[in-house]
Design a protein around this ligand. Structure first.
Ligand code: NAD
Length: 456
C-alpha cells in the first residue's frame, strides 16, 4: 500500500526520479501525449467544473482550456530541438574541443496554483516540467473546489503516477509541502504568499518562479480607435469577470480623449448588455466566492457616478458584480491594490508623460497596455516604463502567443514560461566542454611558467 502522506508522496516521486526513467525522451513524449489525450477525453468534465467554480460559459472556458492544448502541442512538436545539445561557437583558447549547452531535468518540482484559471495555471507549468523530464507535485487552489476535484481525479488516470501527483488542500497542505526540498517551486498567486514561498525555498536554496499580479495600466491616447479600445477593454473585464492576472486594471487618458472614450464605452456596453445589466446574460461569469464579491462591492460603495454599469445591480448573494466603468481620482480606494474584478476606473491626466510618471510611481505591473495609432506614442510609452509584458491596441491576448515568454517583473513576479520557455524554466542548462588528448596549450599552461607574448 503506497504511503499517501505528503512525505510518502515526495519520497515515492524522488525514488522514481532516481531511476532516471523520466530523463528519457520516450517517457517525456509519452507523458505529453497522455496529457493531450486527457485534455481531449476529459474536456466535458473540465468545462463543467469551470462553470461550477466560476459560473463561466463554455466559450470563455474553452479560451482557458485551449491555451493548455496549444502549449502541449507546441512543446511536443518542438521537443526534438529543445532536447538537442546546443553547440556554441569555438573558442581558440580551447581548441580543439566541442562546446555545448546540454539541458537536463531539475528533478522533482512543486507547482502551486491559484483559483482564477484553475486548470491552465496548474497544467501549463506541468507541460514544461514533464517536457524537461521532471517529476512534479501539483497543489491546486482549494478555492476552486470543482476544478481541484477534477485535477485530483483526472491526472492520475492518464499520467504516470510514479512521477506526477496532485495534492489537494489549503494553506496547511501548502505549508507542509513547502517544508520539503524541491528542485524548483513554481508558484502562481498573490505577492503576499509569494514571499512565504520564497522564504521556504531559501531554506533549501530552491530556485523559484513566481507568477504574480498587480495593477496593469492602460493608456488611451487621443488618437486611439475609441470603439475598438472600449470593446477590447470591456471584453477584458467580461472575461472571467475581470478575475484575470493580466486583466486591464485601470485606464489613464487625457481630457480630450475622455469624452469620446466614455461615449464608446456606452455604445459598446449596450451591445453586450442590451438591458443595461449583465445579470441575465448566459455568457457573463460570476465572482469566485462571497468574500471576493463583498470586497469588490466595498470598493465601489462610494462611487458617485458610473459611465457604464450600476452599483445598485450588485447582488452579493448571487456573487454578481456587473461591469462598471467610472471616472475616479488617484486617491480612490479602487487605485490602492489590484482590483481583480469587473470594475474599470478611469483617471484623467494632463498628458501621456503624466501617465508614464504615474505608472512609474507604482510597482512594476504584470502587463501594460496602450491604445494609440501613433508608433511614436507607443514607442515612448514602451521605452519609458517596465512591465512583465505589454500589448499595443489589445489586452490580455499576448499571453496566448506561444512564441512569447510569459511572466512578471519586480512585484509582478520573476521567471517566465509558456511555449519553449516552459521547457527552459524546468531545465538546468549545463555547460559541457569535450576535449581529446591533444594538448595545444601545453607550453603555456603548466608550471614552471614561461612568459610568452601570447599572454600579453
Ligand atoms: P489562491 O488563494 O488560490 O492562492 C494561490 C495558492 O497559494 C493556492 O494553491 C493556495 O492554497 C496557496 N496558498 C494560499 N495561502 C498560502 C500560504 N499562507 N502558504 C502557502 N500557500 C498558500 O489564489 P490568489 O493568491 O488569490 O490568486 C490571485 C492572485 O494571483 C492575483 O494577484 C493574480 O493577479 C495572481 N495571478 C497571477 C497569475 C500569473 O500568471 N502571473 C495568474 C493568475 C493569478
Amino acid at each position: 500500500m503506497a504511503d499517501s502522506s505528503i512525505q510518502g508522496i515526495y519520497d515515492a516521486l524522488k525514488s522514481f526520479e532516481r531511476t532516471r526513467e523520466p530523463r528519457s525522451i520516450e517517457w517525456r513524449r509519452a507523458q505529453l501525449k497522455a496529457l493531450k489525450h486527457m485534455l481531449s477525453a476529459e474536456k466535458d468534465g473540465a468545462l463543467k467544473a469551470l462553470k461550477e467554480d466560476l459560473g463561466r460559459c463554455d466559450t470563455e472556458s474553452i479560451m482557458e482550456y485551449s491555451t493548455i492544448v496549444s502549449d502541449v502541442s507546441h512543446i511536443l512538436s518542438h521537443l526534438p530541438s529543445l532536447v538537442a545539445p546546443q553547440s556554441v561557437e569555438r573558442a581558440m583558447l580551447h581548441w580543439p574541443c566541442e562546446a555545448s549547452i546540454v539541458t537536463e531535468p531539475l528533478g522533482t518540482v512543486l507547482i502551486i496554483s491559484p483559483w482564477n484559471y484553475p486548470l491552465s495555471l496548474a497544467l501549463q507549468p506541468l507541460v514544461g516540467a514533464l517536457a524537461a523530464g521532471n517529476c512534479a507535485v501539483i497543489k491546486p487552489s482549494e478555492v476552486a473546489t470543482a476544478c481541484e476535484k477534477w485535477l485530483v481525479e483526472a491526472v492520475p488516470r492518464y499520467l504516470d503516477k510514479r512521477a506526477v501527483a496532485v495534492v489537494p488542500g489549503g494553506v496547511e497542505v501548502s505549508t507542509e509541502l513547502l517544508k520539503l526540498h524541491w528542485d524548483h517551486i513554481f508558484y502562481t498567486g498573490n505577492s503576499v504568499v509569494a514571499r512565504i514561498v520564497m522564504r521556504a525555498a531559501a531554506e533549501h536554496l530552491t530556485p523559484v518562479t513566481l507568477e504574480l499580479g498587480g495593477k496593469s495600466p492602460v493608456v488611451v491616447a487621443n488618437d486611439a480607435d475609441m470603439r475598438s479600445a472600449a470593446r477590447k477593454l470591456l471584453w477584458g473585464k467580461h472575461l472571467n469577470c475581470g478575475q484575470t492576472c493580466v486583466g486591464p486594471d485601470y485606464v489613464l487618458t487625457t481630457p480630450d480623449a475622455f469624452e469620446p472614450l466614455s461615449a464608446a464605452f456606452k455604445a459598446e456596453y449596450a451591445k453586450i448588455a442590451p438591458s443595461g445589466d449583465l445579470k441575465e446574460s448566459k455568457d457573463y461569469p460570476r465572482i469566485i466566492n462571497h468574500r471576493h464579491t463583498e470586497r469588490l462591492a466595498g470598493l465601489v460603495a462610494e462611487l458617485p457616478e458610473t459611465i457604464v454599469g450600476s452599483t445598485s445591480d450588485i447582488d452579493v448573494e448571487a456573487k454578481y458584480i456587473p461591469i462598471i466603468v467610472a471616472k475616479v481620482d488617484k486617491t480612490h480606494p479602487l487605485m490602492d491594490g489590484e482590483i481583480f474584478g469587473p470594475i474599470l476606473p478611469i483617471i484623467v491626466v494632463d498628458s501621456i508623460d503624466e501617465s508614464i510618471d504615474y505608472i512609474n510611481s507604482r510597482d512594476k505591473p504584470l502587463a501594460l497596455y496602450a491604445f494609440t495609432k501613433s508608433k511614436k506614442t507607443w514607442a515612448k510609452i514602451l521605452g519609458s516604463t517596465s512591465s512583465g509584458g505589454a500589448a499595443c491596441n489589445d489586452v490580455i491576448v499576448h499571453l496566448s502567443h506561444t512564441g512569447l515568454p510569459f511572466g512578471g517583473v519586480g512585484e509582478s513576479g520573476m521567471g517566465n514560461y509558456h511555449g519553449d520557455q516552459s521547457y527552459h524554466t524546468f531545465s538546468h542548462h549545463r555547460s559541457v566542454l569535450k576535449k581529446g588528448s591533444i594538448e595545444t596549450d601545453k607550453m603555456l599552461r603548466y608550471p614552471p611558467y614561461k612568459h610568452s607574448k601570447m599572454l600579453d
